[in-house]
Design a protein around this ligand. Sequence first.
Ligand SMILES: [Zn+2]
Length: 380
Amino acid sequence: MTRDDGRLQLAHQVPMNELVDRLAIPSLRRAGAELVGPCPSCGGTDRFGVNLQKAVFLCRRCEAKGDQVALVRLVLGLDFPAALDWLVGAPQELTREQRAEQARRAAAHKREREAEAERRRCLAIRQAREIWNYALPADGTLVVDYLARRGLTVRANARLPRCFRYEPAARLVVADDSRRGEYVTVHEGPAMLAAIQGPDHSITGVHRTWIDLDQPKGKVVARHPKKPDELLPSKKVYGSKKGGAIRIHTPIEMEHLIMAEGIETTMSAMIGGPRGRTGYWAGVDLGNMAGARKLGPGLKYAGIPDLTDQEAFVPPASVKHLVYVQDGDSEPKLTKAKLQAGLRRAMALRRGLTAKIVHPGDGIDMNDLLMGAEPVCKGD
Ligand SMILES: [Zn+2]
């Protein structure tokens, strides 16, 4: 009665920014196409995001996520029918014609949104390719010094992997809270650029790391101009990372693929030189390596892939063995579940593929290990 009377489609047409106002969710601020701030359910400062274009929200901590109805349920603690009533009013008796008209409008609305999302995606990819095309070769630049600072020394005269480029003056910007659509430059300086390639080898995105060799980890430490307590990320992805990877080393006829989230972690796994038909790719982030997961009661840690996610990362067909490196510095149980989902998807879609997770130890990132961080192991 509630799910097929057309009111759900109506609910999906409620703009998220209006809904956030109606629900009076405090402390959300604009960041690009998102509103970011504390989670209405579990708090924090910036773990909660509302994507205004896709009309979805997500909490990175408690994993609350969903559409307009889900947001009303989260904030007001209502069940599905009550949340729907709150959003679009009680069900009305509609004639068959009215119902058909509503369905038609909802379908048109959905097509419009999908076309708009695709248009933005294409634009973002084009911008990422422009950044890549303007960047310089990385050999003999600060990129070499940055990687050396991270314990990743390149042999004299050896060339860096082709996935890297160098930018002498990349701008780090944040959205200007007082002027919608405007940005403030927080830092301008050298950066390492890494290409994100899709399954068809084309560049779909770039990953940028701002370099500052005066910092212990070689990365820029920049603060938000209005909020001095808030550190800005020194890395940023442009374009689309979905389904892609930073292909640091790809041998001919790659049979084994080792993948970690970050560039430095992936390269740390490569120390001692790449072996035989083993490739080393960075997955950019955990979400990309995992793809969509089946969620619901009791499924948070189950690591079951949602195979309807057509764009999730899957290794090339030549790969027989896939290894995901688990970063030790994130929440271990959930991280493992996400990695498992990604590996299970790969195994479901690539017949005969074997897969496993390796991790350097509790609370340790493989690159921290390489840089000589004190391991905090059980028994030490
Ligand atoms: Zn939360």
